[in-house]
Design a binder for this molecule. Structure first.
Ligand code: AVJ
Length: 320
C-alpha cells in the first residue's frame, strides 16, 4: 500500500513530484534560499557570467531613453519589478528617477523574502523618501494578486533574463499573465540574453571557479537540510549543455554512480541509475525577433530595443 503524505510545503511537494518523474527534475526557483542568494550574487560578479555586466551597461547608457515614455505621461506611476534580487541593476533606474524628483511608487517582487529584506534596508538608506512595497511571491502569484492595481499608469520591469528560466509554453503563459495584469498603455521592459557564440554561453554556466556548480548543487543541499535527505553532493556532476539550434541552455546534476537517497520528510527513497540526470534549470537564449514575436502574441507592441556594445544582451521596451 502506498502511504499518502500531506506535504508541509510547496517545496516538499515539488521535490516529491520532480524526483519521481522521468527524467527527474527540480524547479530552478528553489536555488534561491539564503545560501543560494549569496551564490547568485557571486555568480553575477564572475568573469564568465557576462549577463549582469552587459545589462548593467545597457541600463547605465540608456536609462534616460528607456524611462522617457513613462516619464512623458507626466503622471505619478507604478514601477513594478519582477524578480528584483539584490536590485543592483534596478537601482540605476531608481536613482535616475529619484534624482529627477519624478513621482512613482516602487513594487519590487522576488520569490526570496530573504533577498527582499536585504533590499528593503538598502533602499531606505540610499533613497530615504522612496515609497515602495515589497511583494514576496513567485511571479504567477504576484501577477494574480496584482497588489499595485490603482488608476496610475505602470511600467513593469523584468530584467536579468529571468524570463529565460521557463519552457516555451510557460514563457507564453507568463507573458500572458503579465499582459493581463497591465492596462492598455502600460509598459514592459523585458531583459533577455541573446543567442551568441555557444562557447561564451556555456562558459557562463560552467565557470572555472565552480561557483555555478555550487549553486546547482545547493538544490541537493537544501533538500538535505529542509527535507532531511542524505544526498552525497560529491556523487553528482554539474553538467550544463547548450543547444545552438533552440537557444536553450540546460543545467543538470548527473549521478556518478548507482545510488539510493532517502528523503525523510517525504517518506521516500529515491534511486538513481548510473549516469541518471536531474534536470535543474533552463536558461533560454533568444534572438530579438524571437522575443518580438512572443511579446506581440501577448498583446504588446515593441517600442524600442536596447543592446550593449557586444550585443550579448537586450532590454526590450514594449507597450500594451
Ligand atoms: C537569474 C535566471 C537569469 O539563468 O542565467 C545563473 C540564473 N543559473 N547561473 C540565468 C543562473 C546559473 C540566471 N537567472
Amino acid at each position: 500500500m502506498k502511504t499518502d503524505y500531506i506535504y508541509q510545503s510547496a517545496f516538499a511537494k515539488d521535490v516529491a513530484k520532480g524526483l519521481t518523474a522521468h527524467p527527474k527534475h527540480i524547479p530552478s526557483r528553489y536555488f534561491y534560499d539564503e545560501y543560494g542568494d549569496l551564490l547568485f550574487q557571486q555568480i553575477m560578479k564572475i568573469p564568465e557570467y557576462y549577463l549582469t555586466r552587459s545589462e548593467f551597461s545597457i541600463l547605465e547608457t540608456d536609462r534616460e531613453k528607456i524611462l522617457k515614455p513613462i516619464v512623458d505621461l507626466g503622471q505619478k506611476f507604478n514601477l513594478i519589478e519582477l524578480g528584483v534580487g539584490d536590485g543592483f541593476k534596478s537601482k540605476l533606474l531608481l536613482s535616475y528617477l529619484y534624482q529627477q524628483h519624478i513621482p512613482f511608487t516602487y513594487y519590487p517582487n522576488d520569490i526570496s523574502s530573504n533577498v527582499l529584506d536585504l533590499l528593503s534596508e538598502t533602499l531606505k538608506k540610499e533613497f530615504p523618501d522612496l515609497s515602495f512595497r515589497l511583494i514576496a511571491e513567485n511571479y504567477f502569484e504576484a501577477l494574480k494578486k496584482n497588489a499595485w492595481r490603482n488608476d496610475q499608469p505602470s511600467l513593469m520591469i523584468f530584467l536579468g533574463s529571468n524570463v529565460g528560466n521557463y519552457t516555451e509554453n510557460e514563457t507564453k503563459s507568463l507573458l500572458d499573465s503579465i499582459s493581463a495584469s497591465l492596462e492598455s498603455g502600460d509598459q514592459l521592459l523585458l531583459g533577455f540574453d541573446l543567442k551568441k557564440d555557444p562557447a561564451v554561453i556555456l562558459r557562463a554556466y560552467n565557470d572555472e571557479g565552480g561557483v555555478t556548480k555550487a549553486f546547482n548543487l545547493n538544490l541537493l543541499k537544501r533538500i538535505n537540510r529542509e527535507l532531511g535527505a542524505d544526498f552525497d553532493l560529491d556523487a553528482f556532476r554539474h553538467w550544463p549543455v547548450y543547444d545552438p539550434v533552440t537557444g536553450t541552455c540546460k543545467s543538470h546534476l548527473v549521478s556518478l554512480k548507482e545510488q539510493r537517497v532517502f528523503v525523510e520528510q517525504l517518506g521516500m527513497e529515491v534511486s538513481f541509475e548510473m549516469a541518471e540526470p536531474i534536470f535543474t534549470e533552463i536558461s533560454q537564449k533568444y534572438s530579438v525577433s524571437d522575443v518580438s514575436e512572443l511579446v506581440e502574441k501577448a498583446g504588446f507592441e515593441v517600442i524600442e530595443v536596447f543592446m550593449d556594445d557586444k550585443r550579448y544582451f537586450a532590454d526590450m521596451l514594449c507597450r500594451k
